[in-house]
Design a protein. Structure first.
Length: 378
């Protein structure tokens, strides 16, 4: 999230709360669900009767005065109305799904309504104690609008938007990243980040639990795979942000590929989360993050830029290829990462100091390609 001060950045810190806090938060989450469903029912009736779309202001007026009855903070009710309206507009639907007890718990709060007293988070005069947390990290900080939320195992967390100081701008080191399914990321340096298939590894245990109808066990397996994947991506993205000043990533769309037969592998790869981590960590470490179009990045030769590489799904199995024009031999993913880096530098250049570096990088790419190319007969 952007900040008004360029030397700082607003990030959201997620901290787990002790299990004894769950009962009170579950009661509030049930009231939040009731408020959401009231908004949904009111919107549905308005749409069916008069084809009228209620905005968040209308919903706020209709729910005014219900704070005491629902035992919720008035600002929490307002934020639920606002979130409902935003979700309906984003999905472009007259009404949305209902929230039930099976929905993950969620209790939003507004600016300044949660404070840290040195040992616990205080909300509505109730103290919520964190687990495995160093209190001095948040001492004296003012929190923005955030939320309490529960995961699939019923563990509760507090999500706190806070301002953090960014590092000084670092010397420019550029890396292009091509995201993949078998390999999480291939760098323009030729290095690859291999990520274990956390979901695939848990499929057998998950199938056993589901056949036995052990719902809690199945949720625990899902949560473990998700947490392991997130931990791995946090470490990988932090290492890249610390090493490189400019990180360029292709704009591959996981939502589109999730509609194909590769859906399970796409979800297991976690591209969206990885790109999000790279985006804010790059800024925090004094660098920058750029997302560019990766159209033809696998087809174009990174040496002569002629589109002589493998094309479409029919050539997806071709991982190494030779350029028919200059004879350079390429690893498919590394070549794509080099092209992505070049496009990112061209995008940033615009006559700025990066222009010289873009030309230098392109020259280095050509040298690498020529050194790997076999001699051609005279």
């Amino acid at each position: 999230m952007a900040s008004a001060d360029p030397s700082t950045q607003r990030i959201t810190v997620r901290i787990r709360l002790r299990d004894k806090c769950a009962a009170g938060l579950r009661r509030q989450a049930n009231a939040v669900n009731f408020t959401w469903n009231y908004c949904n029912e009111t919107q549905k009736k308005a749409a069916q009767a008069r084809r009228k779309w209620l905005g968040w202001g209308d919903l706020q007026k209709l729910t005014a005065g219900s704070s005491k009855l629902l035992d919720l903070h008035a600002h929490t009710i307002q934020r639920v109305c606002h979130a409902y309206d935003d979700a309906r507009r984003a999905q472009k639907k007259p009404w949305l799904r209902w929230r039930s007890r099976k929905s993950l718990g969620w209790v939003p709060f507004s600016n300044g309504h949660v404070v840290f007293d040195g040992e616990a988070f205080v909300f509505r005069s109730v103290r919520y104690e964190p687990m495995h947390f160093s209190p001095h990290l948040l001492a004296g900080m003012r929190f923005g609008a955030g939320s309490f939320n529960a995961d699939a195992k019923g563990r509760w967390y507090v999500n706190l938007p806070v301002e953090v100081t960014c590092a000084e701008p670092k010397p420019e080191r550029v890396v292009g990243i091509d995201l993949g399914l078998k390999t999480l990321a291939t760098l323009s340096t030729g290095n690859k980040i291999e990520m274990p298939r956390f979901y695939r590894e848990s499929e057998q245990a998950l199938a056993t639990a589901q056949r036995a109808r052990k719902t809690k066990r199945a949720r625990a397996i899902h949560a473990k795979a998700r947490n392991r994947r997130k931990d791995f991506m946090h470490k990988a993205s932090a290492a890249l942000a610390q090493e490189y000043g400019t990180i360029v990533v292709g704009d591959v769309s996981p939502s589109k590929l999730a509609k194909t037969r590769m859906a399970k592998s796409v979800y297991d790869a976690g591209w969206a989360g990885f790109k999000q981590m790279l985006s804010y960590k790059a800024v925090r470490h004094g660098g920058r993050f750029v997302e560019v179009s990766e159209v033809h990045s696998s087809q174009a030769c990174s040496s002569c830029f002629v589109r002589s590489g493998p094309r479409g799904l029919k050539d997806l199995g071709i991982r190494r290829w030779r350029c028919s024009d200059c004879g350079a031999v390429h690893d498919r993913d590394a070549n794509a990462a080099l092209n992505i880096a070049r496009v990112g530098l061209d995008t940033l250049a615009g006559g700025a100091p990066l222009l010289d570096q873009a030309e230098s990088l392109i020259g280095q790419i050509g040298e690498q390609a020529r050194s790997s190319a076999p001699s051609r007969p005279s």
